[in-house]
Design a protein around this ligand. Structure first.
Ligand code: ATP
Ligand code: MG
Length: 754
């Protein structure tokens, strides 16, 4: 209807509208950060829906699950009617998972397959290395091997292809063997790793293109970071109609280290000669000052085609480039600056408006310490994922085993958690026995529990423990299967009963460090999430079944609860790649500050952004071989900022190995005369006008002029940066600068800092 269409196009500029309503079959929207690519893509989906396209015939691939959730919310606001819930939307991994669940049996993948998450993959590889006593000398440590395997798979080098190529060259025997056995272990445990999800989906769609015969349109965000497998998936998804829209920005390609293929952009134009390219040139996100400075960085790449980008906001406040004596000072300065800004602007913004973006997760520790000391609520997007927590992971593993006891990875982790009197020897013998009899560990466990099989390494208490374990698993399986009600609350009850039976709370209290109450809260949060998720599945909001297509599918017989739980577990495994659940604020209305890696901040924006650790070795990272990619990474980080951008670096780093401090250099991308002219070294000064423009950009808050005036009066315009080194001996961490300088004045002289 006319009303819907108006709403979809509302607030878009001319070129964006053109892109949204384009009749082009294949469309590439290539544009710089903040130009509204994601917004345009979202509107195009809404446009297709408003024009009558069936949502279950549209595939939308986003970079994170969170991004798809946001996209769905926006589409819902534009057109409503719950259509957004029927879209096939998610990351490539989650879309592939859904296809494999529905049609995997066509290529011999049982519907109940589990997903090997990062820790599963590492565990399998470590076990293989240990068992065969492989030398880890030439990079064959579990992490390195996992990374190599993943890279090979992303380049479609399956184990057979790889081994064939290695045989020819006759080298790297050991790695080939690990790769081969890793694949075998996955298969035996009925697991697919993240790369398999994509590769096997590719196999499926090649063999059975009818599975996607209903697809009318394919839309992809952040296309510059897709790999070869994802590109082929895109072509297969679209094979019926060839109607594709991608948005991307070559300047923001930052996943080359994980085999993302920037060449996909031009390959696409070759594969689809009718591709129409649209460029968006206006930036709606950042102040001109931030934009100019970011452009200065990206333009250092001389090979890059020069492109226009026009700011729509006024100059605003110059970015700050700050040198601090040490990482401890840097973290302390940031927290003080955060509090100071809030004070001088009269709490114009909340902690939600602030992000600290770090090159590597390890840089976050010092910052966390300071934030907690100053009681600034924060969420860490770089740290341990919720589902990986020591108290949550076993619960997840129990459920995985209950749904599929052949999942030996999960089984091995919970067999003795909580303690059941099984030692290393018992584990070794169980595995060896399973291998000898060519059966699953679960089968051996059942036999040993019954006493049909005596295993020397298992004591009598161990045997009792095993039979209790088998009974708990079986009982829970039966409870789930026989459950007639579809009420998701039942899932919660079943999980709680399971945890009671295994005395899980006692285990958490005794075996895990830290506050029991905190940990137990996470367990309860997990149960709440499971119930909520299964409720959403039942209500048709999440993970709606793929529509039936011309491909023949034998329906998998599962109870509704089992099916919903299966979807929840898959979701949990995939969520742990990049994001945990939303953590909420402390309820005080001040919001939560975000600490994130730059990689995870892609596509997002905040009014205030801090980028600490801008020194050579951190960015560009000492282990990175691709400096252009590192520069793009800094560019991505800088272009997240809307109003205020803080770059900083410590002059001295504490070197653990030598036990002394070492000098560091400003990141080479920022050590540039042009940039020097564009930044200031002090904190920003803020006069009435600047605060006004500040609040304009953050228009959702938009205080009145009077309010801003009152604020400034109250603050007495005392808003110059007045951060000074404190003498508080408790500050900073153990690596703090205290040891690095013999006296305060010495270091003050050294950094020319008053
Ligand atoms: P990135 O490359 O970082 O992913 P992007 O190109 O996807 O950026 P968006 O996130 O879609 O950019 O948009 C950036 C900001 O600009 C958002 O806050 C969006 O709402 C706003 N925006 C986009 N288009 C317009 C417009 N025509 N008028 C006003 N604001 C806009
Ligand atoms: Mg975007």
């Amino acid at each position: 209807t006319v009303v819907d269409v108006d709403k979809v196009l509302d607030g878009l500029n001319r070129v964006q509208r053109e892109a949204v309503t384009s009749d082009a079959e294949v469309l590439q929207i290539l544009a710089p950060p903040g130009s509204g690519k994601t917004r345009t893509l979202t509107s195009r989906v809404a446009w297709l829906l408003a024009n009558g396209m069936n949502p279950s015939n549209i595939i939308v691939a986003t970079f994170t699950n969170k991004a798809s959730k946001e996209m769905k919310e926006r589409i819902s606001k534009m057109i409503g009617g719950g259509l957004e819930n029927k879209l096939i939307i998610g990351t490539f991994h989650s879309i592939a998972t859904r296809y494999l669940r529905k049609y995997g049996h066509l290529i011999g993948i049982p519907g109940g397959f589990g997903i090997a998450d990062t820790s599963d993959s590492s565990n399998i590889i470590s076990r293989i290395i240990k068992k065969h006593k492989y030398s880890t000398m030439d990079g064959n440590d579990a992490g390195g091997v996992k990374w190599r395997i993943s890279n090979l798979k992303s380049k479609m080098q399956s184990v057979d292809v790889y081994i064939a190529s290695q045989k020819k060259n006759n080298h790297n025997e050991e790695f080939s063997k690990i790769y081969e056995q890793y694949e075998k272990e996955l298969k035996n445990s009925n697991l697919l790793d993240f790369d398999d999800l994509l590769l096997r989906c590719l196999d499926l769609l090649r063999a059975h293109p009818l599975c996607v015969s209903n697809i009318q349109a394919v839309l992809i965000d952040e296309f510059q970071d897709t790999n070869l497998v994802q590109f082929d998936l895109m072509c297969l998804f679209a094979s019926r109609r060839n109607k594709i829209t991608i948005v991307g920005d070559p300047d923001q390609s930052i996943y080359g280290f994980r085999a993302a293929e920037i060449g996909n952009l031009s390959t696409m134009q070759e594969v689809y000669p009718n591709t129409i390219v649209i460029n968006l040139e206006e930036n709606y996100r950042s102040s001109a000052a931030i934009l100019n400075c970011s452009l200065e960085v990206i333009q250092q790449d001389k090979a890059r085609p020069q492109k226009g980008i026009t700011p729509t906001h006024e100059l605003g406040i110059s970015p700050v480039l700050r040198q601090l004596p040490s990482p401890g000072d840097e973290a302390r300065w940031m927290t003080q600056e955060v509090l100071r800004l809030r004070a001088v602007t009269g709490n114009l913004f909340t902690f939600d408006d602030i992000a600290v973006l770090v090159r590597s997760a390890s840089l976050a520790r010092e910052i966390e310490t300071q934030m907690s000391q100053k009681r600034i609520p924060y969420r860490l997007i770089a740290g341990i994922k919720f589902f990986e927590r020591a108290e949550v992971k076993p619960v997840l593993d129990y459920l995985r085993v209950i749904l599929d006891p052949n999942n030996s990875e999960a089984l091995l982790r919970i067999l003795n958690t909580p303690r059941r009197g099984l030692g290393d020897k018992a584990f070794r013998e169980l595995s060896a026995m399973a291998e000898k009899k060519d059966t699953s560990i679960w089968n051996i466990v059942q036999k040993a529990a019954r006493g049909d099989l005596s295993i020397a390494g298992i004591s009598n208490p161990g045997k009792v423990g095993l039979s209790k374990f088998v009974k708990v698993i079986r009982d829970t399986q039966n409870a789930l299967k026989s459950e007639e009600s579809e009420d998701p609350e039942t899932i919660g009850k079943i999980i709680k009963l399971l945890l009671e039976k295994i005395d899980y709370k006692v285990y958490v209290g005794e075996k895990l460090q830290g506050e029991l109450e905190d940990r137990w809260q996470h367990v309860e949060e997990f149960i709440t999430q499971a119930v909520e998720f299964c409720g959403n599945v039942a209500a048709g909001i999440d993970e709606v079944d793929l529509p039936d297509t011309e491909a023949v599918g034998e329906a998998i017989e599962e109870s509704k609860l089992v099916a919903a739980l299966g979807k929840f577990l898959a979701n949990a495994a995939l969520a742990s790649v990049k994001e945990g659940p939303e953590e909420s604020g402390d309820g005080s209305g001040t919001g939560v500050l975000t600490i994130s890696t730059i990689h995870n901040a892609k596509g997002l924006e905040w009014p205030i952004v801090f980028i600490p650790g801008c020194y050579t070795g951190s960015i560009p990272h000492s282990r990175s071989e691709d400096h252009d990619e590192e520069r793009r990474l800094l560019y991505v980080a800088m272009t997240r900022a809307q109003v205020l951008l803080y770059l900083s670096y410590p002059l001295h780093l504490w070197d653990r190995k030598s036990g002394s401090s070492q000098g560091s250099n400003l990141c080479s991308f920022l050590a540039d005369d042009e940039i020097d002219r564009l930044v200031v070294k002090q904190g920003p000064t803020m006069d009435l006008e600047k605060i006004q423009s500040f609040s304009n950009i953050m228009s959702r808050k938009c205080p009145t002029r009077e309010m801003v005036q009152a604020t400034i009066n109250a603050a007495g315009l005392q808003i110059l940066d007045d951060w000074v080194e404190s003498d508080d001996p408790t500050r900073g961490s153990e690596e703090s600068e205290g040891r690095q300088y013999s006296s305060q004045s010495q270091y003050a002289a050294r950094v020319g800092y008053q």
